[in-house]
Ligand binder design. Sequence first.
Ligand code: HEC
Length: 111
Amino acid sequence: MRSHFSTLVLSFFFSSLLAAGCVVSAPDVPEGSDQSLIQGRKVWTTFCTSCHGPSGSGGRGPSLKEIENNYPSLSDISLIISEGRNGMPSFKEALDQEEINSVVRYIQEVL
Ligand code: HEC
């Protein structure tokens, strides 16, 4: 009886964690978004979330939420992604320019 009760408590605990949004995923693109923004989210979840966090709030890499304040020019951001910098790996082998542009858009417009 007692163990049954603790299973119940535990499952309640974990489902409330889920409900509270502790298990985050990358934010969806707005409904009706074009293909490039949809692709940008795919690139983001595949290559970037492990270091920058699903919502871009940072982790091993810095937060990218206010990225446009640091780099008013989009081409500066795409240069960092393609060439890499310090702990930030270079993505020019893994991603073509179009994919890089799409993830820059996703960071800027959605995160
Ligand atoms: C292995 C971990 C790692 C991965 C994967 C990674 N980054 Fe980074 N990123 C970093 C680190 C660390 C820095 C800080 C670099 C520095 O200090 O110069 C950084 C910096 C950046 C910056 C500059 C931020 C600033 O404010 O100067 C951008 C933009 C960026 N990353 C975008 C991306 C994108 C887009 C991806 C996916 C294609 C990605 N990163 C994948 C670790 C990572």
